[in-house]
Design a protein around this ligand. Structure first.
Ligand code: GLU
Length: 469
């Protein structure tokens, strides 16, 4: 049997990290078992589904690299098929027309609540003769006794008494099929063997199993993925900061870092934290996923992202970083080689946004200095060391780290001062106070012209400060 899994988002908003984790688990399961991963867009709610959301979902899947083998399929293209199946259920006497009024249903609910019973449809129209010409819904005749046993790959055995379930509406008055019906038909028609989805659907599963059985169709295996909570214990939502996948892209997370974080959320393999995609495919086990909800921890995600930024191919990081610099009006072609800047700076940033922010000085002059650093480093006594080093740097005919290093050594030797007396003001002059690597490397990357220009600017700055008003 070929494993076939699917991800079936409703396009009523962006793809959030919870959905992305469900998609990842489903994708991993297919990859691990040499199966196929299907993308199905559940767009039957015409009022709430939007093209914008569809685009956001597709874009997020592509960015994450969760490539689908089939689809995207759209449920709105399958209405004819759903109606055919509804007709089949009617013909077999497994579904019926119901014209109960809203008033009747409201009253029924009221009475049940008063008796402290779970509100459910009482099967009133099971034996009524409702004409197809009057407004009606169609309900599935759910078995009235017995137990549906959901053998969940994550939750284990979850029994549901049929007496708890009621006759579900499978077609609305306007003729539109409902969620449970369309999912059953599509999961069957698409040959889905493993339904891996959020555990907010666990209560739908016994109903879907009953329909599959009524139609004589195979029942897939199910795995219900627990939800993700914010660090305050409430269900993860916009309130907790970025939750949409594309917002993480914009904030400068690498897709593989987000996947790595999501796979670790509620699943572990010894104390290993970092997993390549291949390792995830090999090691991930649905059965080892925590049954309870997990909390989203932004700090942990940042730490993982930092590891990925540190270890990724600098050329790739440079490629990704260039758009973050572009957003700040910088063309990295007009300055030092970006991959070299990445190697010099990347230990100091946990996102590409941060990396862009602390790398601006390589490409752009500035007029402001970090205030705290300036208080310490820009004193009158710094003027002479700055003048001297400027003279030496100006004379260099070869601009490389070794020559720069020598110039620094000679300057402190000549003045008989500690290295800090030159190093501190010089670093601040050239970087403005942004985090930076070894001084000779920093100067080398910034370039000779910019270094001389910035040293001049720093000297002026100090002189103006020193001049009594
Ligand atoms: N369309 C449903 C949702 O977005 C998922 C349905 C399913 O996976 O069965 O919540």
């Amino acid at each position: 049997m070929t494993v076939r899994t699917r991800f079936a988002p409703s396009p009523t908003g962006y793809l959030h990290v919870g959905g992305a984790r469900t998609a990842l688990f489903s994708w991993l399961y297919a990859r691990k078992h040499g199966g196929r991963f299907v993308l199905r867009i559940e767009d039957t709610d015409l009022e709430r589904s939007t093209q914008e959301s569809i685009n956001a979902i597709l874009e997020s899947m592509t960015w994450l690299g969760l490539e689908y083998d089939e689809g995207p399929f759209y449920q709105t293209h399958h209405f004819e098929r759903y109606n055919e199946v509804i007709g089949e259920l009617m013909n077999k006497g497994l579904a019926y027309r119901c014209n109960c009024s809203k008033e009747r249903l409201d009253e029924l609910r009221q009475q049940q609540m008063q008796r402290k019973e779970k509100p459910r449809y009482d099967g009133h129209c099971r034996h009524a003769e409702v004409s197809r010409d009057e407004p009606h819904v169609i309900r599935f005749k759910n078995p009235t006794d017995g137990v549906v046993l959901v053998e969940d790959l994550i939750r284990g055995r979850v029994p549901f008494g049929n007496a708890e379930l009621d006759d579900l509406i499978i077609r609305r008055t306007d003729g539109a099929p409902t969620y449970n019906l369309s999912v059953v038909v599509d999961d069957h028609d698409m040959g889905i063997t493993h339904v891996i989805r959020g555990d907010d659907h666990l209560n739908n599963t016994p109903r879907q199993i009953n329909m599959l059985k009524a139609l004589g169709w195979a029942v897939p295996q199910y795995g219900h993925v627990p939800m993700i909570l914010g660090d305050d214990g409430a269900r993860l939502s916009k309130r907790h900061g970025a939750v949409s996948v594309m917002q993480y892209k914009e904030a400068g997370f690498l897709p593989e870092a987000l996947l790595n974080y999501l796979v670790r959320l509620g699943w572990s393999h010894g104390d290993q934290e970092l997993f390549s995609i291949d390792e995830m495919v090999q090691l991930f086990e649905l059965g080892a996923v925590n049954k309870s909800a997990s909390s989203f921890n932004t700090e942990k995600l940042s730490w993982i992202n930092q590891q990925y930024i540190k270890n990724a191919d600098p050329l790739r990081v440079a490629h990704l970083l260039s758009s973050h610099l572009g957003d700040r009006g910088i063309d990295p072609a007009e300055g030092p080689e970006l991959a070299a800047v990445v190697e010099a700076q990347r230990e100091r940033a946990s996102t590409l946004e941060e990396l862009a922010q602390i790398s601006l000085f390589y490409y752009r002059d500035f007029t402001r200095y970090d205030e705290k650093a300036a208080k310490k480093a820009f004193k009158g006594a710094a003027i002479e060391p700055l003048e001297r080093i400027k003279g030496r740097l100006a004379q260099l005919t070869e601009w490389n780290r070794q020559a720069i290093h020598q110039a620094l050594e000679q300057t402190v030797a000549e003045l008989g001062i500690g290295f800090g007396k030159l190093g501190m003001p010089l670093r601040l002059a050239v970087t403005g106070g942004a985090p930076s690597p070894e001084l000779d490397l920093t100067l080398y990357l910034v370039g000779q012209g910019a270094c001389l220009r910035r040293i001049d600017q720093a000297i002026n700055h100090i002189q103006q400060q020193e001049t009594p008003a």
